[in-house]
Design a protein around this ligand. Structure first.
Ligand code: GLN
Length: 449
């Protein structure tokens, strides 16, 4: 099969599903041309000619990049993110830009200016978020793999909700250059796919040092796919008792327990541990993430690019009106929360306190990983919720992230792998590894697949 045929098939599927699922904001109308080039040049990379969906907060030269916000409705980048350069060099085909919560702030894609995406398992439910378009596109078979970003769970939660695999690498494993910043101490690009092998392949391509991102690591990049194995003998698994959160769906617990039993049969040991500070993780995350977001989002001023308010009388009106009209409610909520936390009167009690508690929590996670290879638990407390169910209740929406936030606060690699059903909807097992031990995380997922 040619790259061109594969790409056209993906484009057709995306078009056929568009009204139902709304997975893509922009389809790449040059994808077929790119695929023809790959066919002509005879790439031999595993990814050559493979159609991939790209979350629309990753900038793509000459392809509109919106971050699902009105404020970037007309933003045409003149450069590509490093991850895009790397994918192109491997011959992968970007078929388009997937839907997300506005600026990746949310857990359902309902905050997108371009309308919510829909869960292909049940059209009345959310696909999760913020990388919900990527997850639904993979689950519906529109693309083989998709890039997502994960600041507080935005790859793992939608992967769990759509019954697919998704991995957030260690902080610093993948360059963030050209990725629209949300919370820079937490953001990381990762991959989603049905099969673990495919995410492993893509991750090896996009990982590695980048001179343009000083937070990217110099560590060598393994060939994750070549080193995949299912050997769980002697692997030590820690299960934090706080991950059995009250309000967790009983079938989620049941499925996670079954997965842990399966690992025991494969020769792993499973023991309970405690992460006492987990109970503060959501508060810590929302103070820190909002503070960083309020700073990162200052650049959208209606002057340099993006949406510009009309009929303004002076420069202040230009800023205020462009931002008031260009940002959605959730983004404004974060900007206000973050600006407040960073203000002189509140800094010590909010931002500084949250940063201190984060350090305590990081130490707790790292202490567990001194004695264990992996930390496991559910990816989410429930399967995908209904569209509209939580959209007017930001606190309920925020609490939903309790199980995914820990890996971001501590910068650890973490994945969600399908582990059964609850209410007929997919459930995810979460696997967290030591820093730069993506291979261990992938192997454990592969063993369960
Ligand atoms: N749901 C979380 C939030 O709204 C995580 C988002 C993300 O990982 N990008 O902040």
């Amino acid at each position: 099969i040619t790259a061109e045929a594969l790409t056209n098939q993906a484009l057709d599927n995306i078009k056929d599903d568009a009204e139902k699922l709304n997975t893509f904001i922009t389809v790449n109308d040059k994808a077929t041309e790119d695929a023809k080039k790959v066919d002509a040049e005879g790439f031999n990379d595993l990814l050559a000619g493979i159609p991939i969906g790209i979350k629309d907060n990753i900038v793509t030269n000459g392809i509109k990049t919106t971050a699902a916000s009105k404020i970037l409705y007309n933003f045409m980048p003149v450069y590509s993110a490093t991850v895009m350069e790397k994918l192109a060099a491997a011959g992968a085909i970007n078929v388009g830009k997937t839907n997300l919560d506005e600026f990746a702030m949310g857990s359902s894609t309902e905050t997108s200016y371009y309308g919510t995406s829909v869960n292909p398992w049940d059209f009345s439910r959310v696909p999760g978020g913020s990388s919900g378009g990527s997850a639904a596109a993979v689950a519906a078979g529109e693309v083989v793999a998709a890039l997502g970003t994960d600041t507080g769970g935005s790859i793992r939660q939608p992967a769990a909700f759509n019954g697919i695999f998704g991995i957030k690498p260690t902080y610093g494993r993948v360059s963030r250059w050209g990725v629209i910043a949300f919370a820079s101490s937490l953001d990381q690009v990762g991959v989603m796919s049905k099969r673990v092998e495919d995410s492993a392949t893509v991750l090896s391509v996009i990982a590695g040092h980048d001179d343009k991102d000083s937070t990217s690591s110099n560590k060598d990049v393994p060939d994750y796919r070549a080193d995949l194995n299912k050997d769980m003998h002697g692997v030590k698994i820690a299960v934090p008792k706080e991950f059995w959160h009250e309000g967790t769906h009983p079938d989620v617990l049941d499925n996670v327990n079954k997965a842990l039993e399966a690992y025991k049969k494969m020769g792993a040991t499973v023991e309970e541990v405690s992460l006492p500070t987990l109970k503060h993780a959501v508060e810590v995350y929302y103070v820190l993430a909002s503070s960083e977001a309020s700073s990162n989002l200052q650049r959208y001023d209606g002057v340099r690019y993006g949406y510009r308010a009309k009929d303004v009388k002076n420069i202040k009106d230009l800023f205020v009106n462009s931002r008031s009209e260009g940002f959605g409610d959730e983004v404004k909520r974060r900007i206000m929360l973050g600006t407040f936390s960073l203000s002189a009167g509140a800094y010590d009690a909010y931002f500084k306190k949250a940063a201190e508690v984060r350090t305590i929590f990081i130490n707790e996670m790292n202490d567990v990983l001194k004695d264990y290879d992996l930390i496991m638990g559910p990816s989410t407390t429930t399967p995908a919720f209904k569209i509209g169910e939580k959209v007017d209740d930001p606190l309920a929406m925020y609490m939903n992230d309790i199980l995914t936030i820990p890996a971001n606060l501590a910068g650890l690699p973490a994945a969600s792998v399908p582990a059964g059903l609850a209410d007929g909807m997919p459930v995810g097992l979460q696997i967290i590894g030591k820093p730069f031990a993506e291979q261990d995380v992938l192997n454990a997922a592969y063993a369960l697949q």
